[in-house]
Design a protein around this ligand. Structure first.
Ligand code: FNR
Length: 188
């Protein structure tokens, strides 16, 4: 069994990126168990003075959930040509603690624009590479015109998008298995 922590970079109730997380979970095979990270909005602003052992509870929570996960899925919007502050803030908290080290990570951005959140996507990859996440082969996807690809209930209706999500999922699954095989301490 593979454990994946899914993070949506949007706090919005009707977020298309959160809808994508749900769509991926719906497509996932039995052996992939997803947990949706739910405390992005509860994390304190990153402050190195608070980055100590036994730091703030939400920070410990984030680190524990990342540590326990075989892989990570991030779906993010783009704000002001960049990564949403709340998501960058979460990543800032794990630069020093290293939970992303060699962690298979899939990265999706989605936007109503024709660019698919390319700037946020690129910037997110810069940060993830800096903290030595393993960016999954075939696990990066930018989705333009996202509003045309889901319905009012947030269900992904576009067949091509579904196929792309399926392919990201496959890449993530394979990377997680491979990573386990090479790990000295394979998670149960
Ligand atoms: C946006 N949006 C946006 N989109 C984009 O592609 N590039 C950008 O730089 C921005 N900037 C931006 C700033 C602000 C303040 C808002 C409110 C919106 C549009 C954004 O992609 C859109 O609202 C998405 O629907 C947000 O994602 P969720 O919440 O649907 O997941």
């Amino acid at each position: 069994e593979i454990k994946v922590l899914a993070i949506s970079g949007s706090l919005r109730q009707k977020s298309s990126n959160s809808a994508l997380v749900n769509a991926i979970i719906a497509l996932a095979p039995e052996n992939m168990k997803f947990t949706i990270y739910g405390e992005l909005g509860e994390l304190p602003h990153f402050n190195p003075d608070l980055d100590v052992e036994e730091g703030p509870a939400p920070v410990e929570g984030l680190r524990t959930q990342l540590k326990d996960a075989d892989g990570v899925l991030i779906c993010t919007p783009e704000y002001g040509n960049g990564v949403p502050g709340v998501l960058k803030n979460a990543l800032d908290w794990v630069v020093s603690s290293g939970e992303f080290m060699n962690k298979p990570t899939a990265v999706i951005s989605a936007s109503p624009s024709p660019m698919g959140g390319d700037k946020a996507h690129a910037s997110l990859l810069l940060t993830l590479n800096m903290i030595h996440a393993e960016i999954v082969d075939g696990g990066t996807l930018m989705i333009p015109h996202i509003t045309l690809k889901l319905n009012k209930e947030g269900v992904i209706t576009n067949p091509e998008t579904k196929q792309e999500l399926q392919s990201v999922l496959k890449g993530l699954e394979q990377a997680c298995y491979k990573n386990r095989t090479h790990s000295h301490n394979p998670p149960g």
